[in-house]
Design a protein around this ligand. Sequence first.
Ligand SMILES: O=c1[nH]c(=O)c2[nH]c(=O)[nH]c2[nH]1
Length: 302
Amino acid sequence: MPQLTSARYGKDNIRVYKVHRDQATSVQTVVEMTVCVLLEGEIDTSYTQADNSVIVATDTMKNTVYILSKQHPVTPPELFASIVSTHFITTYKHIHAAHVKVVTHRWTRMTVDGKPHPHSFFRDGAETRNVEAVAREGQGISIRSAIAGLLVLKSTGSAFHDFVRDEYTSLPDVYDRILSTEVDCGWTWNTFDGLDHVKSTVPKFDEAWNNARTITIKTFATDSSASVQNTMYKMCDQILAAVPAVAAVDYSLPNKHYFEIDLSWHKGLKNTGKDAEVYAPQSNPNGLIQCTVTRQGSSSKL
Ligand SMILES: O=c1[nH]c(=O)c2[nH]c(=O)[nH]c2[nH]1
């Protein structure tokens, strides 16, 4: 007999734009986000017995996201994701968990003639602010906040040497290399009792995002990097110290390689080692280095 061992469904890629118009100043502020809602609960019969009576239509989920966007603040995203996920577990008795992911895209205010423009914005990069909230009946709300898609590069200040060397190894020790990665940095909050607990934490969410972003950028730039592994661990350590309400910090960093090009075959042109100036950026394969760091004495293990 087959057995349904896990079931979750919902609406992905719900795109929402919300504008706030300040009547007094005529300054407008915009938020654009992409939302995913996935529900769990007593929905097995919809899969096993064609019982649609337990299905909240994914179209209804989309409508709900629009309506809640109108009725509530959409920032900080930690609050909005908690509002949406709590809505689903409190509105439908048979829905016991709601996973809500909110990806906020950048619309940065333009500066025109040295002044912030009241209603014009530009997309300054593919970086997004991501939040995943899971409201689970009787178990509160768990939230992971993240920075994703932040592309960074340093042209020196990074080395990689003294790694395992055996008959499979061809990579030379490098004492000065280019380091580039697309940052995916997440921080998981101590579990919230419920929506009121999230509401009382609102001022901390933007502060944590700012701290994580500043620490990531500053450490990337200033660390004399021995490896991606060591540099990312230093970032985690500082974020844990800066944000006490966070239980764990995680990074996933692709190592975007830039290879030297030997041009000596062309009239003895010197372009390797200390003479290297022109490099070949690589798309693949790439290293992928990940870690999660928690506080000492915490029970969670890697
Ligand atoms: O920082 C690095 N970590 C590695 O594990 C690794 N492996 C590799 O080939 N280059 C690098 N660089």
